[in-house]
Write a protein that binds this ligand. Structure first.
Ligand SMILES: [Zn+2]
Length: 201
């Protein structure tokens, strides 16, 4: 799936085409989503110390809010993934509690050993399964590749949205050119146009 780079100006002024980011259909609504991103080297700082990595993470994390155009079918794109991740974790917690309950109610040492093995072995396996599940859910998710102070690059964007955005930018640039041409030459001050994306790009 293609990626797209949006300017902070476009996001702040809702200049995105009403085309669903996920499927390219006409978007009926926008979903307010705050994206956050930090450079991947921050994670490696954990080898120097967890606090160092945490502090660097807080300093280096960049955020950008986008009123994301979505169709009815995809307006739960992020919320549903979050819900399933937490539900799966909740299910894991319930299994663990049941295991501990069975362990504490077992009378014979043999039974206790069996349940202890089940709790540790099963718990570790399920935790790995949950991590894999959470990762799989993230594969097709619309997420930032990089955020700077001026731009955000999003992954897993439908080509139709990229095309519509390109068209919209070209239309704006053309309108800007025409309004410049109409402006008298002696009043050559650069009045910022509300739709001029390039000035702030
Ligand atoms: Zn859609």
């Amino acid at each position: 799936m293609p990626k797209v780079t949006l300017t902070e100006y476009e996001c702040r002024n809702d200049l995105l085409p009403m085309v669903c980011l996920k499927c390219g259909a006409i978007a009926n609504t926008t979903v307010r989503r705050q994206f956050s991103w930090y450079p991947s080297w921050v994670i490696w700082l954990a080898f120097l110390g967890l606090m160092i990595a945490l502090v660097a993470g807080v300093i280096m994390t960049k955020r950008m809010v986008i009123e994301s155009p979505m169709c009815d079918r995809h307006q739960g794109h992020w919320a549903n993934r979050k819900l399933w991740t937490w539900l799966a974790l909740g299910f894991l917690a319930v299994l663990l509690i049941v295991g501990i309950e069975l362990y504490s109610e077992a009378h014979q040492q043999q039974d206790k050993d069996f349940f202890a093995t089940l709790i540790w072995g099963g718990g570790a396996t399920l935790l790995v399964a949950w991590l894999a599940f959470a990762l799989v859910l993230r594969i097709g998710m619309i997420k930032p590749k990089i955020i700077t102070s001026q731009t955000i690059t999003l992954l897993n964007i439908h080509p139709e949205f990229v095309r519509a955005l390109k068209q919209e930018r070209e239309r704006d640039a053309e309108a800007e050119r025409q309004s410049r041409a109409r402006r008298p030459a002696n009043k050559g001050r650069n009045r910022p146009s509300s739709k001029n994306r390039k000035n702030e790009r």
